[in-house]
Design a protein around this ligand. Sequence first.
Ligand SMILES: Nc1ncnc2c1ncn2[C@@H]1O[C@H](COP(=O)(O)OP(=O)(O)OP(=O)(O)O)[C@@H](O)[C@H]1O
Ligand SMILES: [Mg+2]
Length: 260
Amino acid sequence: MSIVHLPAICLKNVRRQYDDGAGNKKTALDIAELKIQPGELVAVIGPSGSGKSTLLQLVGGLDSPTAGSIDVAGLRISGMDEKQKTIFRRENVGFIFQAFHLVPSMTVVENAALSSIVAGQGGFHWRADALVLLDQLGLLEYADRFPDQLSGGQRQRVAVARALFGAPSVVLADEPTGSLDSGNRDIVLRLIRDAIGVGLRTSGLIVTHDPYAASYADRIIALRDGKIVGQLDLTLNGPPQEGESHHDERVRSWFAATSL
Ligand SMILES: Nc1ncnc2c1ncn2[C@@H]1O[C@H](COP(=O)(O)OP(=O)(O)OP(=O)(O)O)[C@@H](O)[C@H]1O
Ligand SMILES: [Mg+2]
């Protein structure tokens, strides 16, 4: 008997349209098919306005498509009402937003463990796990400070800790390394990479303009005007070896050829 793996994320004939205010429909996203496998990390690239954030918001249940079906972690999320989507997000999604959306009245460690706190659990359940993540991100000494006492890059790493806390089914990251120096960029990318593929429980989408960040992915998709206009599979030659510069050069030349 063969085991069939359902894709972790599956979009079919998905369209997201907006009214442009003058009565015309503007298409922000138009994807015939996109399947992401369990354990797969996919980077999304494309010019400003090409639909990258729209794609993440649809997969993360923050927005609903105008047409088409979206399945995530075995759940049909297109067609869910707001209440169902809220539960879906809480139980399945780790989101790293372009603007980090930390809770200013909560400390760093509380922000990291937000999903447990919202679920009503006491510190006994979450503090140790959250501190482990903060330690990996070089933030242990800031655990009991508040977000407004941190630099932009430190806040971004708290947002990463929060997204990875509790091993979500999908990690959705919108420019997660935009505010980081190269050392912290590597730490964050490695943590996201390691969180995905653990027991094939997690998969991820990472939006980036940076070929180096994209080189951590298994596959890269290019969006333009809401459509997938190119794909690069980075698993064909096997995973990069320890100490190798990932698929950096290959990705850079593909970026250039795709004129991005
Ligand atoms: N709430 C909205 N109402 C109307 N149009 C919208 C809305 N949200 C997004 N759009 C439009 O949809 C298109 C895609 O936007 P999206 O935010 O997905 O782009 P993006 O690729 O993430 O860009 P960036 O790199 O600048 O973040 C854009 O043309 C944008 O103007
Ligand atoms: Mg965006």
